[in-house]
Write a protein that binds this ligand. Sequence first.
Ligand SMILES: Cc1cc2nc3c(=O)[nH]c(=O)nc-3n(C[C@H](O)[C@H](O)[C@H](O)COP(=O)(O)OP(=O)(O)OC[C@H]3O[C@@H](n4cnc5c(N)ncnc54)[C@H](O)[C@@H]3O)c2cc1C
Ligand code: SF4
Length: 459
Amino acid sequence: MSRRVTQEPRGKMLGIFKGMGITIKHVFRRAVTFQYPDEKRNDIPERFRGELKLRRMMGVNDEERVETTKMPPCMATCPSNMKIREYVGLISEGKYTDAVVVMKEDNPLVLICGRVCPHPCESNCRRGDKDEPVAINNLKRFAADYDLKMQRAGKIKIKPPKKKKDDRVAVVGAGPAGLSCAFYLAKAGYQVTIFEKLPVAGGMLMVGIPEYRLPRDILQAEIDQVLALGVELKLNTAITGLDNLFKQGFKAVFLGVGAHKPIKMGIEGEDLEGVVAGETFLADVALKNKFKIGKKVAIIGGGNTAIDCSRVSLREKAKNVYILYRRSRQEMPAHEVEIADAIDEGVDIQYLVSPTKIIGRDGKVVGIECVRNELGEKDARGRRRPVPVPGSEFVIEVDMVMSAISRVPEVDWLNKTNVEIHTKRGTIVADRITGETSMPGVFAAGDVSLGADIAIAAI
Ligand SMILES: Cc1cc2nc3c(=O)[nH]c(=O)nc-3n(C[C@H](O)[C@H](O)[C@H](O)COP(=O)(O)OP(=O)(O)OC[C@H]3O[C@@H](n4cnc5c(N)ncnc54)[C@H](O)[C@@H]3O)c2cc1C
Ligand code: SF4
């Protein structure tokens, strides 16, 4: 009897917690857990903690976002919610440097975005209903270039804030997420140190996006603007644990380590000489590492990485460059203008084709066997599935194969910490609003928590 009396309240509490989807490890977590029980719902992937709140704040699609936030459609569509009307208005009045000040309230990398952002904002510009959308990104680029000219002429100077806080923050990764985090923290007076494992800063902007799309002096100028705020940058410094950073006196750690591990194709012959990951090839070119380009190159994938690999291959003197994409041009995720440019430059894009086997001789690639597809039922994301056509196999003679399917974060080193990793996607589970991870004092954003995305989403 007495056992029943003492056990009942505990059992009841456990029942309530269980019903709310809270387990003991969640009870001691802060902010992220406020959203957590809600987000145990099956229709919302676990990695989108904070997503429900974000959805309530922002709506689930473009129309709802405009309605819920009362933001202009362009601003609601920009992942950084840049104050587009305000800065475009200032540009129209000739106040270019003032426009840049407004832009930098939400995006410190305007020279970069002005060149590489796929400008989703423009597809929701109301002016587009009448004739053409406002050229938001070109206007941004123009004002940012003008501002840089003024800086180079010594007419604008960036200075660190006068009031410094005692708190030090470690930023891991010098990609757009890390640079952006460092910029706003430094402006708020925090002492920021960025740790970057590569010999260069910029992340995928530097070692992924080719130079012909993003000139390195422009990229470096914007990195220098962040450093001019007093941010310390330690290159060639890979972080392999978090305890050491806290022991060094950092009060918080931001993880902006991106998604750099290429996904394998999972077909026979992938270990042959001449098969490389597209990201590795682009990084080798960017870092001027030694590499060998084939004469006939097949690139697997349909995104921007595939297009960049194809156009860089041509610039590196490959004779024939093929892109093999499993769906049709309509479904191709690469930007339309990039696809058109690649075709103009001579890239042979073969649609509705999947590789089945890489053929080798003496350990080296000599060809790739493919099968033709037709489009079948829609998948969970609403895209029609490629279905192989039996008997349609064919071979293309190539001496190099690049996989450019997708990439995931390299976060094995976090397994020994309390930072939770999404088991299926391999991304860090972080609150979509605050960036908080499951480990107090550790925050994450950018590709490492979103999966491979675009720069402005990381910013
Ligand atoms: C080929 C290619 C083309 C692209 N084209 C476009 C485009 O046209 N427009 C666009 O908007 N986006 C584009 N993107 C996507 C965009 O570059 C990324 O979304 C963006 O760079 C992600 O930013 P991030 O800061 O999260 O990660 P990253 O840019 O990947 O930066 C992460 C940084 O962390 C460092 N790092 C990783 N682990 C550690 C560690 N343990 N210790 C220290 N440092 C570490 C990495 O070396 C890297 O420098 C492209 C990507 C690729 C690969
Ligand atoms: S960053 Fe990209 S999405 Fe945002 S306003 Fe600029 S062009 Fe548009």
